[in-house]
Design a protein around this ligand. Sequence first.
Ligand SMILES: [Zn+2]
Length: 783
Amino acid sequence: MLMKKILCSLFVLSMLNAVAQNKYPITPMPVELKASTGSCEIRQPFGFILHDMDKHADDNGTPLFQEYLRKKLHITKIIDGDTHSYGLPTEIHLGIPEKNTPDGYYELEVKNQQIYITANAIGTFYAYQTLIQLVQKKAGKYYIPNCSIKDYPRFAYRGMHLDVGRHFFSVNFIKKYIDYLATYKYNNFHWHLTEDQGWRIEIKKYPLLTQVGSCRDRTLIGRYGSNRYDSIPYCGYYTQQQVKEIVKYAAERYITVIPEIEMPGHSTAALASYPYLGCTKGPYKVMDTWGVLDDVYCAGNDSTYRFLQDVLDEVMGLFPSKYIHIGGDECPKERWKICPVCQKKIKDEGLKDEHALQSYFIQRIEKYLNSKGRKIIGWDEILEGGLAPNATVMSWRGEEGGIAAAQDNHDVIMTPGSHCYLDHSQSRNEDSVTIGGYLPLEKVYAYEPVPAVLNASQAKHVLGAQGNVWTEYMANPEKVEYMIFPRMIALSEVLWSQKEKRNWNDFEKRLPGIFERLKQAKINFSGAYYDLSPTILPTDNYDGVLYKLETKDKSLSIRYMDNDSKIQMNLPQKNEQGKKEDVLSDVYWGQGKNYSNPILIKSSNTILASSYKGKEQISNTIEQNFIFNKATGKKISINNAPSKSYPGDGAFTLVNGVQNNKGLAKSSEFLGFLSGCEAIIDMGTPSPYNQVVVHALRQEGSWIWQPLTVTVFTSQDGVNYTSMGLTDDFVVSGNSNGTMTVKFGNTSNRFIKVQIENWGTIPSGKPGASNTAWLFVDEIEVN
Ligand SMILES: [Zn+2]
């Protein structure tokens, strides 16, 4: 075909040896990118010559690209045509590939004022996404650098999920979210529509689902377990008309919307609407807090299945997707164990136990959906009690579920919490509540969806992976954006780019451009990548401590403020909510100190630090409080090593001036032992002291117990020690913190030995009973 010939003859380009990354800021990285010199300047009026339009009847990329030109580049004159006679400055030529190509395949060539796209409809859409990423503005004019690209995706399933149950998001934001997915070449949107905290989709046959189930009376404030609530009713659902609009919007962007209707667990909003669906018959209420609830659909009652089939009938009418997600996770069996109807079902069907009843439940629903030509996806709990025959498994509790399912010849979508849960913290210095965990950008990027244990034929069952966005702690679109960006961009490269093309160093080079683009699009992203990484070190002469700050981007400068500089600049106090933003305006940062070498700290101080590019603050502010006592910064050794899981920053952790006061917030702030701990502090030539205070943690739920006893010895020569006393009195000082103090008469002995005894065996009735308790030691204070 003509197109191919033009392409071949035009490929005589001067190729550059190395691809200059800033020139081609494409993410995810294409299969093949050939750089060349020169560029296409986008001039008014921007012209189109569209070839082979008959073969591109289902091409949505071209009209959307035209919309982009009009709205974003303000190109008003765009002409569709079939000849070259217009003589317009820039032409786009569309062609169809001659051979069979992978789904999503495209070739893109930019050659001065000519742009060639060779692809089927989906590939054409992706070619335009790449083209848009290549558009650069210089001196008020738009350019696209010359290049030629061949590209196609590694995985068929490239998903992003959004939970609209915990918090509801408007149709406008859902469309925005779909745009984000399209930009980074995702092709599945997993829409989590029903939850304990809200039923979010209109079902005409069951109007109470939205009249009752879409509203909760109030919402938990702060972290789970706070037991504090607002008093604001929280409501929201999508009408069927809105759902259709969103499905269509996504389809135009080659994104399939997969609805999730949770069952049998996470269903109290449905039970609150129709109490006959539960085992106890209620009353139930739409939940106002998070977690896993005992009330689930009754699995014995046939009316439950009739209800769900009716709901799924309407859902199938709205969503043309091959897959319907039916949840299947986190379903406690407490109610089923004592429900006579459920027990009768177990007996009648010859089931082994309640796990087999869950399996029966899922398989019955699967059979129904299969009969309508659909397939189910379920979370990996659907493996328990026997996997439904045609089910696809979404592996979230690690990789194991996915591995087991693939080895059993089931399709798998990988979403392990360790790498794909974008609700986890991405910074050690988050300034708002997240569900916890720690999933930095690097770790997302490093994810490999195909577990190494799978052989080649099993590996084919791994369809791809997905980023999950649970919204317990995301009450507004800005927070969702903050949590997904830039991590969903890193994940897009995991899913789209060839394994051997993935290169963290290369991705890092593209990051400044990625952030710039997000900024231009007014997207609220996280700058956690630029977080300073702090270390606290002893000084050479054990006098004071050194606070060392490092940044990944060596071109950035670091600024900090200590107490002195804060007093000098008359820094206002934090406001009532403790909001630092008001305090740390640029004006104050401008007066901060420039960091060059580790900061020597010789008395109690609070350091604020951040990285800068010129005058612009790049990283989150980190705040480190140092509390000094006579032992701070002194030489310390411990006679038994801490657990490899909780090594802190070594023995110095116990005298580095940092006291953990937020429970388990930072694991570098304490040492963890499954035994006792014996520490020896060399005080040098101390002034008289008369007490030793050991800071320790107690969190029974995590199997962490206070020390049984603390015994203190002192010595002048480091050989012969005298006992100064012991204590078993643990004084609680915070959520899970406390102190144990040994007092004695004044002494100036140089060496202090502190023996901290492990609690021992966890008593019965407590979490982890009969196991050895953890001993978590924080600071050792000498006064
Ligand atoms: Zn029941």
